[in-house]
Design a protein around this ligand. Structure first.
Ligand code: PLP
Length: 350
């Protein structure tokens, strides 16, 4: 008897066929909601739970990469003819503003705009809705209190203390070309001191800088381990280290300090535009804005008015904040000019 003709083997063949058909169909069921490429500029530890929560909520498959603010600005510009990213989430507002002005990002008015703090909406309005504020945080620095004591060094309290000869090779800060944090420092100093004095200050501080890192938050980790005595970062980045048990003290410089409006933009020509809008709307919800603090990795002030401000977030109303001019320092001409000047007068010095 031909085994293929027996009823049992027909059944088996049918089941086998069904099995392979299911295997072929299964991936498209899993990705029925489509895909999304996220360019994430906060620290990796925060990017990952955001992606996991979004995938779980929507069924959309996310591919995520993490880079610093200036790096993603440059990448999005380089990819403009054939965009690979869909949404750029996080990072300081200035490069998002620059990308908006240069037409690299898509205008979008989320139905959630009305739920946001004024500073987040103002950011969107200034960029003709090509970006939006998702969190805010103040700049400052942290130092390793154990090392400071061991070396019998004076307690730094101001920006001006960072040029003291006692801090030679003891200060770490990022490169403002790659890092939004460091560009915020550059623009902050210009706004506090005036351009000439700010560049003279940065040149003097250069003698004390042990390393210009790529990422803005790295100096907070260096201060926490004692690899560097002082790390210039956003204060919320140093809070992560302090809560992790590092002997760091956080300084709000006595002259006053700048702040960031962490931002989010849809990339112009996004291949997954509808899913990018889904991420955008979701990322503005109080639930999504609680993910970083719940994971104990982010202590910024969230932009949704109903989102809880983490108890450990530096209190912006108690910090001497300057009225940072986001329109001016996020403008393409000004950011390019200041970065070129920093390269020529500060970064390229021996
Ligand atoms: N991580 C956190 C927590 C931030 O607040 C910011 C600024 O928006 C960044 C990363 C951006 O980092 P970078 O200075 O590397 O561009």
């Amino acid at each position: 008897m031909n085994p293929c003709k027996s009823p049992l083997s027909s059944m088996r063949r049918w089941l086998l066929l069904l099995g392979s058909a299911t295997a072929l169909v299964a991936p498209s069921i899993a990705s029925a909601q489509g895909e999304l490429t996220v360019y994430c500029t906060v620290q990796e530890e925060w990017c990952r739970p955001m992606v996991a929560a979004f995938e779980k909520t929507t069924g959309i498959k996310v591919s995520m990469t993490r880079k610093s603010s200036g790096e993603f600005y440059a990448q999005i510009k380089a990819e403009a003819a054939n965009p690979r990213g869909d949404i750029w989430w996080g990072g300081t507002g200035d490069p998002h503003m620059q990308a908006a002005e240069e037409g690299l990002t898509e205008a979008y008015k989320s139905p959630r705009l009305a739920e946001l703090q004024d500073w987040a909406v103002r950011q969107a309005e200034q960029a003709k809705f090509r970006t939006v504020g998702i969190y805010a945080g103040a700049l400052g620095y942290s130092y390793n209190a154990d090392e400071l004591k061991k070396r019998k060094l004076p307690e730094p309290k101001c920006w001006s203390d960072l040029t003291l000869p006692a801090f030679k090779d003891e200060i770490q800060v990022a490169n403002p070309n790659s890092s939004g944090t460091s560009y915020t420092m550059l623009a902050t100093l210009v706004q506090i001191m005036g351009e000439d004095k700010a560049f003279a200050f940065m040149k003097a501080m250069h003698r004390n800088v042990n390393q210009y890192t790529k990422s803005g938050a790295a100096p907070a980790r260096a201060a926490a381990t004692g690899e560097s005595l002082v790390g210039i970062t956003f204060q919320h980045d140093a809070v992560v280290q302090a809560l992790g048990g590092a002997p760091v003290k956080i300084v709000s410089p006595c002259e006053g300090t700048g702040y960031e409006i962490g931002s989010m933009s849809i990339i112009k020509g996004a291949k997954n535009l509808e899913n990018a809008k889904k991420w955008y709307d979701w990322a503005l919800t109080p639930e999504a804005q609680a993910i970083g603090a719940n994971a104990k990795v982010a202590y910024q002030v969230p932009s949704n008015k109903s989102a809880a401000v983490p108890a450990a977030a530096p209190k912006l109303n108690e910090i001497k904040l300057i009225p940072y001019d986001f329109a001016k320092y996020g403008s393409s001409a000004e950011r390019k000019r200041l970065l070129a000047k920093w390269d020529a007068e500060v970064g390229n010095q021996p």
